[in-house]
Design a protein around this ligand. Structure first.
Ligand code: 16G
Length: 251
């Protein structure tokens, strides 16, 4: 790296720690530093920029506070991308949601099979005895990084032939809408925290028992009939839920 790029303006009003922080941030957002890359230590930064260790520490702390870095004890400080905000009041598909953020979504199909629902699922999806469902389990990725594991249960009586579609490449909601002419209505959801089981942790490339943000969704068509019961388990280190809360209308 050139000396000029590393030089700080020591006479101006912008604090030195902030200048270092912004330099590092630019290197992260430009892609020069990638997620998982090790950042220079306090000591290295203080030598490079000729500042105190305290100033270097403040710069690293600023990056951590913004969600762009994480320290691992005994190993160092690493680049991290800030969590993706999931707007939980929007009824949208994983594909749409990720594309809107300018990222490329993809899926790895873990399981796709036709089966009989258990009584609880049959009730949720308002199924009659003998009705079958399509069970889909997919690893959902954004720019090739695993983000979530999603299990969907879809009534086949409403979607004949759905089982022969390749959901490693197709969007479920796009298929429902474009191919089956479904108009979406609303979804009932619950959100809860969970710990990743060993197989989930492996798929999501996170430590065992790391935290997950879990959303269960019952999706309804505009005529009120159930279309899907799904469980989405998002990586807690990459996802946060966001919503706008308004005052209740007093009548
Ligand atoms: C969203 C839905 C999930 C649905 C998926 C379809 C939530 C909590 N869940 O992730 O239920 O199966 O989208 O995505 O939003 P696709 O159309 O990209 O296959």
């Amino acid at each position: 790296m050139s000396v000029a790029m590393d030089a700080l303006n020591k006479r101006g009003f912008v604090p030195l720690y902030y200048q270092i922080q912004q330099t590092l941030l630019n290197r992260i957002t430009s892609g020069e530093l990638k997620e998982g890359d090790m950042l220079e230590s306090e000591e290295e930064l203080s030598r490079r920029y000729l500042v105190s260790r305290m100033t270097a520490r403040q710069a690293l702390q600023g990056l951590k506070a913004k969600g762009y870095a994480v320290s691992e004890r005994g190993r160092g400080t690493f680049v991290m991308k800030p969590k993706l905000s999931k707007s939980i009041l929007m009824l949208e598909s994983f594909t749409e949601e990720i594309r809107k953020k300018g990222i490329t979504p993809s899926s790895r199909l873990l399981q796709q099979k036709v089966s009989s629902p258990d009584p609880e699922l049959a009730e949720r999806l308002k199924l009659s005895p003998g009705d079958r469902i399509l069970y889909l389990r997919r690893l959902r990725l954004a720019n090739e990084v695993p983000l979530a594991i999603e299990e969907s249960n879809i009534p086949l009586k409403r979607f004949q032939g759905l089982e022969s579609i390749d959901f490693s490449t197709c969007s479920l909601y796009e298929t429902m809408h474009d191919r089956y002419g479904i108009e979406f209505g609303w979804a009932d959801e619950t959100i809860e925290a969970m710990l990743a089981a060993a197989d989930e942790a492996k798929l999501l490339t996170i430590p065992n028992r790391a935290s997950l943000l879990c959303i269960s969704r019952t999706l309804m068509a505009s005529d009120g009939s159930p279309l899907e019961f799904a469980l989405s388990r998002y990586r807690g280190d990459r996802y946060r839920a966001s919503l706008r809360v308004t005052l209740s209308q007093a009548d």
